[in-house]
Write a protein of this length. Structure first.
Length: 193
């Protein structure tokens, strides 16, 4: 008789679990668009108003929000597919987290926790950013006196070396920009110098 009771309990638990999942997904269709609407309209508006005001406190509040929002978004993007199926009411919890961050200064409280960790990677991030800016400065100096078609010809001739030094993405972006500019130069009337 005990195995039958266990089996009935398992079926009942599975039914409750599936109802949880269904309810969470159903509310996810409501909370996710609502959250996107709030973050894409209300938060930029409040940030804009903070910039216009003379109060430095609201500037700090919204800058803190955007830093924490970025960190939470990255973490959410990395874990959403695995955690959302395991945690009941995942989307509602995420919604509540963002509402707390936006309206109840939760971002400031989270920032106090993550600030020491960010301090550890700050110098590494600054070094990487400086290195990329130096590369961009080198490129600007190298190509500043070239026309777009000359830049394009140079990139095509020295493509492998450029890719090795700056990366394939940088190469493709620069070739695309140079090609567009060369097309504009080719169709625009020649200026006498």
């Amino acid at each position: 008789c005990a195995p039958i009771q266990i089996r009935i309990h398992q079926i009942h638990s599975a039914r409750i679990g599936s109802n949880w999942s269904f309810t969470s997904i159903m509310f996810g269709y409501i909370t996710e668009p609502l959250l996107k609407l709030i973050i894409s309209t209300y938060c930029p508006y409040k940030s804009f108003k903070a910039i216009q005001s003379d109060n430095p406190g609201d500037d700090a509040q919204w800058l803190t929000f955007w830093v924490v929002y970025s960190l939470v978004s990255i973490a959410e993007g990395l874990t959403e597919m695995t955690i959302s199926g395991l945690v009941p009411f995942y989307y509602e919890l995420v919604f509540a987290l963002y509402i707390w961050m936006i309206f109840f200064n939760g971002a400031g409280q989270i920032f106090k926790i993550v600030e020491p960790m960010l301090g550890h990677v700050e110098s590494l991030a600054a070094e990487q950013l400086d290195a990329q800016l130096d590369k961009m400065g080198d490129l600007k100096a190298k190509y500043s006196d070239f026309s777009a078609s000359q830049v394009l010809n140079d990139l095509m001739a020295n493509g492998p070396a450029y890719v090795q030094q700056y990366g394939e993405d940088a190469y493709n972006k620069l070739v695309g920009k140079a090609a567009k500019q060369a097309a504009v130069e080719a169709t625009s009337p020649k200026k006498d110098k």
